[in-house]
Design a protein around this ligand. Structure first.
Ligand code: HEC
Ligand code: HEC
Ligand code: HEC
Ligand code: HEC
Ligand code: HEC
Ligand code: HEC
Ligand code: HEC
Ligand code: HEC
Ligand code: HEC
Ligand code: HEC
Ligand code: HEC
Length: 498
């Protein structure tokens, strides 16, 4: 009897054990979950369970985790219908905390719709290490992960976000052309500039794209340039907290950065002067920092500026004289515009023999600042032109009156007609014809340099722009001078002054 009691007790214990065991261990084991979630037919419920792909989970970075580690609110099976969302923060504590502070997380607390959850950027069961090419956050897959929302017009409409067009421009930019894996190192993705979990609005000083932080963000890949930049007048100003100074994106753009050789680039030869002028022409900035005024106007009025407006890109622009990443004020001895360094700076384009002659004030503001040679020629011309034209007019008028007098005093007898003076022979007429036409062409092509935007310059623009204007101006000057020399020889050899 005692034995029976023991057996009964044992049976009772085992029944109890067998009843409890499945509840606390077997039923919550993966296989048990999978029996329903991979095999639909076994379920008799009216609502068929979601099927999951076991192999996906087993190939993922979480392959060693049991189902209930993530689905931690399941305490029994069958489980209740409504389950909580998986809370990744139970294991990824630091990341989740960082993320919660970001614009994607922080705003979430204010119940803003459309904000990403961990699963939007990482997947659910298909989460892989960031070094795995299958991962949604593998370097070159990141763009598409962000563009899912930031390229979706419906989401953008509901938020103060840049319009979807920026995605297209980014894809065409030098950083965005990286869909194929062979060009991976050439790519800067959204996260390279914005961060991944620590994304903030541009106005937030914690943001990687906050104005003053931009050079540091680009530094990740453009290290040497950033170092040079930080030693420049703009870089030093940014370091000391002057937010008006230029950072990389002020000159290059952000999502639209193009190769230097691309005419669409903001630092292309034809565009850079406009890029600098955006600030150096701004009265607010110029006044605030006591900078030299009218830099843009004085450039556009200079020879280089005039030729540039006429379409000549070989002339100097702001960057060819000032440099770009290493810009320094003229007072700094290393500056490309320090008087000591000017022969070298101008010498890049002008032959060394010539630079000594042409170095004058480049940004010509007041006449008093001009080189004495420039002033001399300007004043000389101011006297010479009225003198020559005035004398010519007096001469012509006097001649006309004389003709008038002689023609009225003459009668029409054939003998008298022989007294008429032949003023010019054919040779002389050709000389004067050439003089007249080259003078007109010179004046026309000269004024075309000064006023490149006017309608009467159209013929030049049609025929090749500044290079054509230059050629026409110089050839006519050549012919003009040749003609003058010929004329001098002619009168000294064949004409005896009466
Ligand atoms: C007896 C079959 C069965 C077993 C065993 C089972 N489930 Fe389910 N599960 C279901 C059914 C049916 C649904 C669908 C219910 C619904 O959509 O409301 C479901 C839904 C789910 C959902 C989705 C819930 C939602 O809110 O959409 C998750 C997650 C889940 N199960 C996880 C598990 C895990 C983890 C286990 C193992 C511990 C498990 N299930 C075991 C039948 C089962
Ligand atoms: C790394 C964590 C993790 C593990 C481990 C995990 N899941 Fe999930 N599971 C998720 C996430 C995340 C979702 C998406 C829904 C959510 O956010 O709660 C999900 C969704 C589901 C769903 C709903 C169907 C769907 O596609 O939305 C089922 C069913 C499910 N899991 C079953 C399982 C089963 C069974 C296992 C074990 C074999 C398992 N899960 C292991 C994270 C996990
Ligand atoms: C807006 C998209 C986005 C969201 C939302 C997001 N992540 Fe990430 N996560 C990324 C990117 C991008 C990387 C890769 C970063 C890199 O290459 O350095 C990453 C990397 C990771 C890594 C790898 C380790 C590391 O930090 O480099 C973990 C772990 C991680 N995320 C967890 C999470 C968790 C947990 C959440 C939710 C709290 C989350 N992520 C939300 C985009 C996101
Ligand atoms: C139960 C703990 C746990 C939960 C919950 C969990 N993870 Fe993990 N996760 C881990 C562990 C452990 C690893 C490291 C695996 C390894 O390195 O082999 C990992 C790795 C990762 C990685 C890869 C990190 C890398 O090196 O690139 C990402 C991404 C990630 N988890 C995202 C998530 C997301 C998103 C969730 C929520 C849906 C989540 N995890 C939920 C434990 C967890
Ligand atoms: C699930 C959709 C979703 C995904 C995925 C997503 N975002 Fe966002 N993001 C948003 C929404 C919505 C906001 C607007 C929040 C608000 O209204 O304040 C936002 C805001 C931002 C902002 C701040 C914009 C501003 O005007 O202040 C930046 C920057 C940003 N996201 C970058 C990223 C990057 C980088 C990624 C990829 C790593 C990414 N986002 C992935 C939905 C998303
Ligand atoms: C080369 C760096 C770079 C890359 C790559 C880049 N961005 Fe930006 N992005 C910036 C900068 C810099 C700004 C700030 C512009 C400003 O100051 O207003 C910005 C602005 C934004 C804004 C508006 C932020 C705000 O607060 O106004 C969003 C949203 C955004 N970017 C999303 C993206 C997405 C999505 C991608 C990838 C498809 C991406 N960006 C790629 C540098 C970058
Ligand atoms: C004041 C305007 C300006 C600023 C600020 C500026 N750049 Fe530039 N950058 C230029 C110009 C102009 C060129 C083109 C020079 C040429 O035509 O060769 C250039 C060229 C480049 C090039 C390609 C040529 C090379 O030198 O390798 C890169 C890359 C570049 N910049 C990155 C940056 C980065 C990164 C920053 C910030 C740390 C920055 N730039 C700041 C004006 C600027
Ligand atoms: C993740 C690395 C990375 C980051 C961050 C990055 N770049 Fe780049 N950048 C590159 C690579 C790689 C190239 C060359 C692409 C090519 O050759 O097609 C490039 C090209 C350029 C060029 C064109 C150079 C040329 O020779 O035509 C400019 C300008 C430039 N980057 C400026 C910037 C600026 C400004 C930032 C910061 C807002 C920045 N980059 C951030 C990697 C990066
Ligand atoms: C985003 C506005 C901005 C842009 C674009 C910009 N600058 Fe500046 N620049 C400044 C500011 C502000 C200062 C004054 C910094 C200071 O005094 O600390 C400055 C200073 C200078 C100085 C020194 C002036 C002096 O008298 O000390 C030179 C030279 C200069 N910039 C040339 C350029 C050139 C050339 C470009 C184009 C390649 C350019 N800048 C583009 C804002 C800009
Ligand atoms: C042909 C060469 C050349 C070009 C082109 C040129 N500069 Fe200058 N720039 C100089 C020289 C030389 C100085 C110093 C002497 C002076 O002030 O005239 C100077 C002075 C300056 C200064 C004052 C710096 C100081 O320390 O005194 C600023 C600012 C400036 N330039 C901006 C610009 C901007 C903006 C452009 C384009 C719109 C431009 N420059 C085009 C040669 C040039
Ligand atoms: C990027 C090249 C470049 C740089 C740098 C440059 N110039 Fe020029 N400059 C030109 C070109 C091209 C012409 C037109 C010459 C021609 O058509 O023969 C020109 C014309 C001139 C002219 C008109 C007279 C002439 O020779 O045709 C003067 C004066 C002049 N430059 C002065 C300077 C000074 C001073 C500097 C230095 C502060 C300078 N330039 C730097 C390219 C440059």
């Amino acid at each position: 009897m005692k034995r029976f009691k023991l057996i009964c007790l044992l049976i009772l214990f085992f029944t109890f054990y067998l009843q409890l065991y499945p509840l606390y261990s077997q039923e919550l084991e993966d296989n048990n979950c999978l029996s329903c979630h991979t095999n639909n037919t076994s379920a008799i419920q009216e609502k068929p369970p979601h099927l999951i792909d076991k192999e996906v989970l087993e190939s993922s970075v979480h392959q060693d985790l049991d189902c209930i580690y993530c689905h931690s609110d399941i305490k029994e099976v069958p489980h209740k219908e409504e389950l909580k969302k998986v809370d990744c923060s139970q294991c990824h504590y630091d990341t989740s905390e960082e993320f919660a502070k970001s614009i994607h997380g922080e705003s979430g607390k204010k119940s803003i719709q459309d904000l990403p959850a961990c699963t939007d950027c990482h997947g659910k069961h298909d989460i892989y290490a960031k070094t795995d090419t299958r991962s949604l956050v593998y370097h070159i897959n990141i763009n598409e992960t962000c563009i899912k929302c930031h390229g979706d017009p419906k989401i953008i409409e509901r938020h103060p976000l840049p319009s979807p067009g920026f995605v297209k421009r980014y894809r065409e930019s030098v950083h965005g052309r990286c869909p194929d894996i062979s060009r991976e190192p050439e790519c800067a993705t959204c996260s390279d500039c914005h961060g991944s979990h620590d994304v903030y609005a541009a106005s937030d000083p914690r943001s990687k794209i906050f104005h003053g932080n931009v050079p540091n963000t680009c530094r990740k890949c453009h290290k040497d340039i950033s170092e040079v930049y930080y030693r420049s007048v703009h870089g030093k100003a940014i370091k000391s907290g002057i937010k008006e100074a230029a950072v990389c994106t002020d000159c290059h753009g952000e999502h639209t950065i193009q190769a230097l050789t691309d005419p669409k680039s903001s630092v292309y030869k034809g565009a850079i002067s406009k890029t600098c002028s955006a600030c150096h022409d701004s009265e607010k900035i110029v006044m605030k920092f006591g900078l030299s005024t009218d830099r843009a106007k004085s450039f556009y009025d200079s020879y280089h500026g005039l030729a540039f407006r006429g379409g000549d890109l070989s002339v100097a622009n702001c960057a060819s004289c000032h440099g770009w990443h290493d810009i320094l004020p003229s007072s700094a001895p290393q500056s490309s515009i320090h008087p000591k360094n000017l022969p070298q700076t101008c010498g890049k384009c002008h032959p060394a023999t010539k630079t000594g002659l042409i170095i004058g004030k480049v940004h010509v503001m007041e006449k008093a600042e001009e080189h004495f040679l420039l002033r001399f020629f300007r004043d000389f011309y101011l006297v010479l032109i009225p003198l020559v034209i005035g004398a010519m007019m007096i001469n012509n008028l006097a001649d006309y009156f004389r003709k008038l007098i002689t023609s009225t005093s003459l009668t029409h007898s054939p003998t008298q007609r022989e007294y008429r003076i032949l003023r010019m022979n054919l040779n002389e007429r050709i000389q004067h014809g050439i003089l007249l036409s080259t003078f007109i062409v010179l004046a026309y092509s000269g004024f075309a340099l000064k006023y490149p935007d006017t309608w009467w310059v159209i013929p030049f623009n049609l025929l090749g722009g500044e290079s054509m204007r230059k050629a026409v101006h110089r050839w006519s000057a050549f012919v003009f001078i040749l003609n003058s020399i010929y004329h001098l020889c002619y009168i000294s050899l064949f004409k005896s002054i009466p």
